[in-house]
Design a protein around this ligand. Structure first.
Ligand code: IVH
Length: 674
């Protein structure tokens, strides 16, 4: 064998060994959190790999650990034993039970003196433990059975309100207990998005939180709007103040999120009862769900003296709020067809009052839920308002059945257009695939005309129904071709009203681009992404020309949204509607591209392996200066930044005569312009 071939052979063999070893250690370290070698040894292996790849570039495959970023998804959660068990709380349901709690404490402490309590909100979320060693978050886990929970460290690290490092000085070991939850508005937005995407909706914010924390792929958790309130500690090696109230303040100073605004120290049990009434009144106005008030003995030395029973401490109690539940009858189960064809069942109820609100409809979420509850028309059910005015059916009172109840079979045909309904494997939501389904059309017109979209004043359900039943519109574009004569066919429609409606439609012709994009109802593109797209591409035409790579190169646009935008604009029917909108004079006002920046209007492409900065960092740098980063080279590209082993993009850029920069030159340019 010639010397060079031998050399290559050796390198290839060592490269393979290193890849396997690094892959293994990466897994032990990032996924299982159980490294078997010291970090320095890992770094040595990594450097050796990089050197081989520099000497033999052909060996640097995309699978090489040198290209890996972040932790891969887990295939299961590891168990974690809590140093101190995570206890639960005894419940009290009225003032008398609270007074008994106070009396028990006094008896146990053999005192008549009033006991000072600290009152906190009882957050309705999911309990977690965060372990900080030397101020660094090392492990996060769920409560589990109290003794052993599940390790969810990677997921928890994606929650912005959870600090990865504490402010110093801090205890050497600090185990924090807190509740992870979702604000009501975020929960509702999440469910709206899921509904639009034909995914199963969550029954309440607590379920949404639990589902978000139990993800094997932490990037999913990262996309969910989770928050935390810390309310206690487990193991502590270091000093903490003498009262619980002061300790909470200390936790906040350390950088942890604490619900101090609603935490009150009360001198005695009567003060506690008064604060309970205050909180009960506030309950409906809060941005999140609470299910009661937690009352704790304030002095930590007394807590210690009181100790705990098997599962609950003697020094704390949960004073619960009455559940917002009522019993009523299911009069009908109807199917709703959404804008994307998702068919969702809704229970129509005999109207009933649930804590001050009359409810007559309940969401059944999806077919799995109907099967799980076994809910039938005629059933008596328990409904509960959980974070939403539209309640959920929580339970069927099967013992009250008379035999005349009717089960609702899984629909085979769309109730609106009669087209077959399909339920894809792995999806819980059945869908109508009718291309001209009036229910889908109605929902898309409603969405188009809505406040967040084209904001067509006065075009609500009633008129849309009439437009559809009279066959006046078959797409949103037809709205702009309506005449007063068309509207005169409506019930009770006079000159003035018709003119007003047509005026409102005409007034929407030049809405800003972000609104127009949001109004189109492209899947995965809500108001926020519509703004992002409008900013980046500046005009509808530019956006329509964007490739999947161009789109994905935009910060915040993931593969799903990118695919969906491309699919939307390549659909012939959508293009026809867009042409007709243009013909009608619907021209969204162009977005000013990130104006003002020193590199305003310039386009960058990054290629090859970058060693001085990540692709995301590079993108952010150019975006702050007013330029944009795209994924593919075209005549419109101004600069190509080429790292090691740049391939076809570099060749293409050379052919097109585009300015090519290496990493240092690029950084120099960024420095000069800032
Ligand atoms: S203290 C030993 N404080 O309620 C003290 N718990 O039923 C144990 N919770 O598992 C908990 N807000 O998930 C405490 N301010 C608060 C709380 C709270 C919500 C939850 C927590 C716990 C459950 C106890």
């Amino acid at each position: 064998m010639p010397a060079s071939a031998n050399d290559h052979h050796q390198a290839q063999k060592r490269h393979g060994e290193l890849c396997a070893a690094l892959h293994h250690h990466n897994y032990l370290y990032h996924v299982l959190d159980r490294p078997e070698i010291p970090d320095a040894e890992y770094d040595r292996l990594f450097k050796e790999l990089l050197q081989i790849e520099i000497d033999h570039p052909e060996l640097g495959t995309p699978e090489s650990p040198s290209r890996r970023i972040g932790a891969p998804a887990l295939d299961k959660f590891e168990p974690v034993r809590h140093t101190h068990p995570m206890l639960s709380l005894e419940n009290a349901f009225n003032d008398q039970e609270m007074r008994e709690f106070d009396a028990r404490i006094k008896r146990f402490l053999a005192t008549d003196a009033p006991i000072e309590y600290v009152c906190e909100m009882k957050m309705d979320g999911v309990a977690v433990e965060l372990v900080y060693r030397d101020g660094v978050l090392v492990t996060a886990s769920t409560r589990g059975d109290g003794a052993v929970g599940e390790k969810i460290t990677e997921n928890v690290k994606t929650i912005p309100s959870i600090p990865l490092v504490l402010n110093r000085p801090c205890p050497e070991i600090l185990e924090i207990r807190g509740e992870v939850f979702m604000d009501l508005a975020d929960f509702q937005a999440l469910n709206r998005n899921r509904e639009e995407e034909a995914l199963a909706t969550f029954a309440n914010p607590r379920n949404a939180t639990a589902g978000s924390l139990r993800q094997l792929d932490s990037s999913i958790t990262a996309s969910r709007p989770l928050k935390i309130f810390c309310y206690g500690v487990g193991e502590v090696a270091g000093e903490l103040p003498p009262t619980h109230g002061q300790m909470l303040e200390k936790l906040q100073r350390l950088g942890l999120r604490v619900n101090l605004d609603w935490t009150r120290v009360q001198p005695d049990i009567e003060g506690v009862l008064a604060y309970y009434r205050e909180l009960s009144e506030q309950r409906d106005r809060l941005p999140f769900e609470i299910d009661g008030m937690v009352v704790k003995v304030n002095h930590r030395s007394l807590q210690h003296e009181l100790g705990e029973k098997t599962r609950t401490p003697r020094w704390a109690v949960a004073y619960k709020f009455p559940p917002r539940q009522a019993v009523t009858t299911v009069e009908d189960i109807q199917l709703q067809v959404g804008r994307t064809g998702a068919v969702t069942p809704v229970a129509h109820l005999k109207p009933v009052e649930v804590s001050g609100v009359i409810v007559s409809r309940a969401s059944l979420h999806n077919w799995d839920e109907i099967e799980r509850l076994d809910v039938r028309i005629g059933d008596q059910v328990v409904v509960e308002r959980a974070g939403d005015v539209i309640p959920d059916v929580v339970k069927v009172l099967a013992e009250k059945r008379t035999g005349s109840e009717r089960a609702v079979p899984l629909p085979v045909k769309c109730p609106a257009c009669g087209e077959p309904i399909t339920r894809l494997e792995g999806e819980v939501v059945p869908r109508c695939n009718g291309l001209s389904c009036p229910a889908q059309l109605k929902e898309s017109i409603k969405h188009f005309a809505s406040r967040g979209g084209m904001d067509i004043d006065g075009l609500g359900d009633r008129y849309i129904d009439q437009l559809l039943s009279l066959g006046k519109v078959s797409s949103v574009a037809d709205l702009y071709f309506l005449s007063t004569e068309d509207l005169f066919e409506f019930d009770r429609m006079g000159d003035k009203l018709a003119e007003k409606l047509l005026g409102a439609i005409a007034a929407s012709k030049n809405r800003p681009l972000p609104r127009f994009l949001a109004a189109l109802g492209i899947r995965h593109v809500g108001q926020h992404l519509a703004k992002v797209l409008a900013h980046q591409f500046g005009s509808l035409e530019e956006l329509m020309r964007a490739s999947r790579e161009d789109l994905q190169a935009v910060h915040e646009i993931g593969p799903q949204a990118a695919d969906s935008v491309v699919a939307f604009f390549s659909d012939a029917r959508n293009r026809q509607v867009l042409d007709r909108l243009k013909e009608a004079g619907v021209v969204p006002t162009a977005e000013e591209k990130r104006a003002g920046g020193p590199l305003s209007g310039k386009t960058f492409v990054f290629t090859g392996s970058l060693s001085l900065f990540s692709r995301n960092e590079a993108k952010e740098m150019v975006e702050t200066l007013g330029a944009r980063a795209t994924g593919s080279v075209s005549k419109k590209t101004d600069y190509l930044v080429a790292g090691e082993e740049a391939g076809s993009k570099l060749e293409k850029a050379q052919k097109l005569g585009i300015v090519i920069l290496n990493e240092e030159e690029f950084l120099q340019m960024m420095k000069e312009r800032t």
